[in-house]
Design a protein around this ligand. Structure first.
Ligand code: HAM
Length: 432
């Protein structure tokens, strides 16, 4: 095999990242906190496959979106079916809701899921090709309390983890009022076509709303005076949006209206929102979501099933979390430094007995001097170290050292491993 090929084999694919042992505790903390909050907000977990039929995403996200046009990992499998690695979680969760008729189980389904998503985007800080989302969907509730509740759940997760982000909200109207607004917007933009970037010129025909959130400076200046979608909502949409804002305020969740925020997926109706920050460079959204009434029905589910949800990007959340919230990787409870052959055999059995008593325990089975073993105890971030040599075995007393305070005490060690282990486990528990 050529050298370059061997080197490539030892590198993860571009945009795909390992989460190493010394950072995994941050992810575990995020998941634990999120699961607790999801539970308080009435959500149950659902786990759905990472592969789905391509048509599911094309139908739901929209044929003319960036995701479907150029970012999906799509391939034909050995049966000739077109499959796609999920670029987001809403469509798979709704597919499962329809497939398993979950609407029959409860009037409102509240589902959350955590897992990897795949988009072939240009990797940069906070933007990967395999990334992770935790997302929540509420199906079967159309009222504006639900919108506020869902945004409050996203806000609470970020606040609890010390990740600062501001909530921006908008309403994109519904099939009754959006077409007329789209025409107004297109008329406005047509008079400025030459000034728009080439992407926006294309969007003008296919997806004019997207021109509103183009990052290009000139395009931004051009849309500054454009008609606002929220000024052209039909009466029911306007009423809904006003109630959402009132409900958010009643919960004390701070927010700001942003009429230029339109989202990159086509399924949204009425309320949309993003949790934004200026601390992630070009990637401003750490979380986002909105209402998608009509989507369940379009995927073959029961008629008139409303839906709303959000997803938080976990890589971005990790980047935003305050240092003190990240914590340290957990260390082992006990490191046994064994000196001498007889002590090593004894320590080996003692370590196993302690592990069965739920004490995290490590030793260096290859031996080594005291200095080297104490160094290893430090590296494993052991709470305590038990020092046991052949002399200690003979005298029946080993040394237990508290690694934080440096305090040492003698612990009886005998051939009765079970009793010794029980004694040590009790001693460690006392010291906690
Ligand atoms: P989205 O805005 O496409 O919405 O993604 C939600 C979040 O996922 C983003 O705000 C960002 O934090 C994270 N994210 C997206 N792409 C990447 C990437 N390439 N690298 C790292 N993080 C990324 C959705 O996916 C909708 N399904 C949200 C939703 C749920 N709407 C209703 N229910």
């Amino acid at each position: 095999m050529a050298g370059a090929e061997v080197i490539l084999q030892t590198r993860a694919i571009k945009g795909f990242k390992d989460i190493l042992p010394d950072e995994v505790h941050i992810w575990q903390r995020i998941e634990t906190v999120a699961r607790g909050i999801f539970r308080c907000f009435g959500f149950s977990e659902i786990r759905v496959p990472v592969l789905e039929r391509t048509s599911l995403f094309v139908r739901s996200i929209g044929e003319e979106t960036d995701i479907v046009e150029k970012e999906m990992y799509t391939f034909t499998d050995r049966n000739g079916d077109s499959l796609t690695m999920r670029p987001e979680g809403t469509a798979p969760v709704l597919r499962a809701y329809v497939e398993h008729a979950l609407h029959l189980k409860s009037k409102v389904a509240r589902l959350y899921t955590i897992g990897p998503m795949f988009r072939h985007e240009r990797p940069q800080k906070g933007r990967l090709r395999q990334f992770h989302q935790m997302s929540a969907e509420v199906l079967g509730a159309a009222d504006p309390f639900t919108d506020a509740e869902v945004m409050a759940a996203a806000h609470t997760i970020l606040a609890e983890l010390g990740a600062e982000a501001s909530l921006e909200i908008n309403s994109l109207g519904c099939p009754d009022c959006r077409p007329a607004y789209n025409r107004l917007l297109v008329d406005y933009l047509r008079s400025r076509t030459e000034k728009l970037c080439s992407d926006c010129r294309r969007r003008l025909d296919k997806n004019p709303l997207r021109v509103l959130d183009c990052k290009n400076e000139t395009c931004r200046a051009e849309v500054e005076e454009s008609p606002a979608v929220t000024a052209h909502l039909c009466a029911p949409c306007a009423e809904h949006f006003a109630a959402v804002k009132e409900n958010l305020a009643s919960l004390g969740v701070p927010f700001r209206e942003n009429r230029f925020m339109v989202r990159g997926l086509d399924y949204y109706r009425r309320t949309t929102f993003e949790l934004v920050t200026d601390r992630l460079g070009a990637q401003s959204a750490v979380g986002a979501g909105g209402r998608y009434d009509g989507l369940v029905e379009s995927l073959g589910g029961p008629k008139n099933t409303p839906g709303i949800g959000f997803a938080i990007g976990m890589e971005r959340l990790v980047l935003l979390m305050a240092e003190k919230e990240r914590g340290l990787p957990p260390g082992t409870d006990l490191f046994i430094a064994a000196l001498g052959d007889e002590a090593r055999g004894h320590a080996f059995r003692l370590m196993h007995a302690l592990r069965l008593k739920e004490t995290a325990c490590l030793m260096d089975t290859s031996g080594g001097g005291l200095k080297s073993q104490m160094k290893q105890a430090g590296k494993t971030r052991a709470g305590h170290t038990l020092i046991i040599g052949d002399d200690e075995l003979a005298s029946g007393l080993a040394i237990l050292r508290d690694m934080e305070t440096g305090d040492q005490k003698h612990i009886p060690v005998t051939e009765d491993i079970e009793t010794t282990a029980a004694h040590i486990a009790a001693e460690l528990e006392r010291g906690e």
